[in-house]
Ligand binder design. Structure first.
Ligand code: PGA
Length: 243
């Protein structure tokens, strides 16, 4: 695990965007694993800026997102389909047919998850998987206690995740209780992994991910065993790490 210290959120975003930019420039048909949440927003904004300047071309890139709420239509403003279009896909020259997000509008959990696993495998798994980390150490929606050997599956969200995500909904009751998520196994199949973290509320999770035992109670801790995992975190998120 390589840990990169960023000064602040903007520095973290720029450093992470640099790595993604290098990936796409060196391999124009890269498969990118992408994440939603607040943390990657600065990365997407930076990549859009470089695309607009003519420095990046996404025309051959394909993407697989980590997760989606079960039961939300693709055009629901709270869906991750919508999030990705609004914050990234609609603003670059990616072919929408090459973007993949688990189909939350389909309640057939087994069918959705099996189809998603097949399409990730057919694409050869991500060259680079971008990940945020939850305050409880989750990655994607793999919550504490997740089984490491699973592919995509339907998960019951924990109260802590529902509470954390409720900031984006009008009422906590509106947060879906289930989601489809790539499993830890699928995440570990990516050739490289880039974890980003910002803010003191992530400091315990970052410490457990990097220094704790490899334990399903902190799903991100498995990344210690990945051959090419880079963590880019700002000073606040690293405040519980040794200097
Ligand atoms: P955040 O979410 O980027 O909104 O903090 C990260 C996560 O829960 O994986």
């Amino acid at each position: 695990m390589r840990i990169v210290r960023a000064h602040d959120y903007d520095d973290m975003s720029r450093k992470a965007a640099n790595i993604i930019s290098a990936q796409v420039t060196l391999k124009p048909d890269s498969v990118l694993g992408l994440a939603t949440g607040s943390t990657p927003l600065g990365i997407y904004a930076q990549l859009i800026e470089w695309y607009e300047k003519g420095d990046l071309d996404f025309s051959q890139v394909s993407t697989f997102n980590l997760d989606e709420y079960r039961g939300l239509a693709h055009d629901d403003p709270q869906s991750y389909h919508h999030f990705m279009r609004a914050n990234f896909f609609d603003r670059i020259n990616i072919d929408p047919a090459n973007t993949h997000v688990p189909d939350g509008s389909n309640l057939d959990a087994e069918g959705v998850c099996a189809a998603y696993d097949r399409s990730v495998a057919d694409a050869g798994y991500p060259d680079l998987q971008l990940l945020g980390i939850g305050r409880n150490g989750h990655v994607g929606f793999n919550e504490p206690g997740a089984v490491f050997s699973k592919g995509t599956y339907c998960v019951d969200l924990t109260p802590s995740t529902i509470e954390a995500n409720s900031r984006l909904f009008d009422r906590v009751e509106d947060v879906p209780r289930q989601a489809y998520t790539m499993g830890v196994q699928t995440i570990m199949f990516a050739r490289s992994v880039l974890v980003v973290a910002s803010g003191e509320e992530k400091a315990d999770a970052v410490r457990a991910m990097c220094l704790g035992p490899v334990d399903p109670q902190c799903p991100a801790s498995i990344l210690q065993l990945h051959a090419a995992c880079t963590v880019i975190a700002d000073e606040a998120a690293l405040c519980k790490m040794p200097a």
